[in-house]
Design a protein around this ligand. Structure first.
Ligand SMILES: Cc1cc2nc3c(=O)[nH]c(=O)nc-3n(C[C@H](O)[C@H](O)[C@H](O)COP(=O)(O)OP(=O)(O)OC[C@H]3O[C@@H](n4cnc5c(N)ncnc54)[C@H](O)[C@@H]3O)c2cc1C
Length: 376
């Protein structure tokens, strides 16, 4: 079988790797428009559950990922300068570049061609390949070229966010809420290497407008965010890497396949970063597509049908949790009136999937603290 993959991100590379390991004689080429070391962002996180799924899929990758990752058990929510620890939230963080380097290495060792600096040519790929995979991210060229078949829907959230790094270490996955000049801000921050952390700043549309952030230069925005979160950063600078204010695009597609072409990862659907699972979902899509081929054999139509039948209901559940989560953030300025422990409880139960009983089982320490506060 001949497979052409658009995009050397987590989805495309992981799918290529799983397929090549199972069928070394398949010809698999990944086309990446960027050069090898060009990437955006800083770190990504995986929950402990997500790691278990990856361990089941490929042990070699899992071991390398675990060795390169930072791990922590708690989530810390800071509000009104008070810290609330929420136990039972095991997460690991790794730099996006390290993750990609692990995948590049494993793919190249397995004999997969990765053509860096090569924008994908859909017409060529469709003419010469049995299977075409659009794993080319949120602005997918494959999805756009076949928009009448995939029927994508793209909705921009109203909150604005900007993704920075910093050399400040944080002990846990952290959320820091802050009122500043009548505006509402939240920072999502966690370390992903011994001396590097991700620091995403988010604010609502009214705050963005009122703070004049549209007019601020990249340097002025960075200084502004640094100022708002100066105590959290403990004097460390924010580091920019193509860091600009953005609105999160919620992407979905009515159809996941078009003939022998299938979408994976962010090209298929985005998942809001507040549930920390975009990379995880992209890689789980790859696992699901690989397993469809493993079960259906080399018949592309049958494998793609099986992929959609199995994966769509799973993804829909996660999308529903992500929707509740981003809706919570879209209205988070109103939540700032809550006491820290109440804000933390509201946050933890925001997806509608976390009942009080479940929270008590997962985070007994936090739940006990919250229960005491309610009894007062
Ligand atoms: C602010 C923010 C924070 C995030 N935080 C997290 C997090 O903590 N944890 C997490 O798991 N996820 C996080 N994500 C999401 C995560 O980055 C994506 O969900 C994930 O990278 C999706 O993987 P992918 O392989 O589908 O796409 P991508 O990683 O976007 O890879 C697509 C690749 O395709 C290439 N490409 C694009 N167009 C073409 C073309 N025409 N030809 C050839 N190549 C092309 C791109 O250069 C890129 O290399 C975050 C996202 C944002 C915006």
């Amino acid at each position: 079988m001949k497979i052409a993959i658009a995009g050397a991100g987590p989805a495309g590379l992981y799918f290529a790797l799983l397929m090549k390991k199972a069928w070394p004689h398949y010809s698999i080429t990944v086309y990446e428009r960027n050069k090898k070391d060009a990437t955006y962002g800083f770190g990504v996180v995986f929950s402990d559950t997500a790691l278990t799924h990856l361990e089941d899929a490929d042990d070699d990758f899992f071991k390398l990922l675990s060795d390169g990752a930072e791990h922590w058990d708690d989530l810390t929510i800071t509000h009104h300068n008070k810290k609330v620890a929420i136990d039972g939230n095991g997460f690991s963080g790794i730099s996006r570049l390290s993750l990609l380097n692990i995948l590049y290495g494993l793919c190249e060792d397995a004999g997969i061609r990765i053509r860096f600096g090569n924008p994908f040519n859909l017409a060529d790929a469709q003419n010469t390949s049995d299977l075409v995979v659009g794993a080319d991210g949120v602005n997918s060229s494959v999805r756009n070229a076949l928009a009448d078949r995939f029927q994508p829907q793209i909705k921009l959230l109203t909150n604005r966010f900007i993704w920075y790094g910093t050399k400040q270490r944080f002990d846990t996955l952290s959320l820091t809420f802050r009122r500043f000049d009548n505006g509402a801000y939240v920072a999502h921050h966690y370390r992903y290497a011994s001396e590097m952390s991700t620091f995403i700043v988010e604010c609502d549309a009214a705050t963005f407008e009122q703070a004049g952030l549209t007019e601020k230069t990249e340097a002025a925005s960075r200084e502004f965010c640094q100022h708002i979160f100066s105590d959290t950063l403990n004097g460390a600078n924010l580091i920019s890497n193509r860091s600009i204010w953005r609105q999160f695009p919620v992407v979905t597609n009515r159809n996941w396949t078009a003939g022998n072409t299938v979408l994976l990862g962010d090209a298929l659907r985005t998942i809001h970063f507040s549930i920390g699972s975009g990379t995880r979902l992209a890689m789980e899509d790859a696992v699901a597509l690989f397993r469809s081929f493993r079960d259906a054999g080399p018949c592309v139509d049958a494998a793609l049908d099986a992929f959609v039948a199995v994966r769509k209901p799973q993804v829909e559940k996660l999308l529903s949790a992500a929707r509740s989560s981003y809706e919570w953030y879209e209205g988070f300025s109103k939540k700032l009136a809550l006491e820290p422990v109440d804000l933390a409880y509201d946050y933890m139960t925001r997806s509608g999937r976390m009942s009080d009983e479940r929270l008590q089982a997962i985070a007994p320490g936090f739940h006990a603290r919250w229960s005491v506060s309610q009894a007062r």
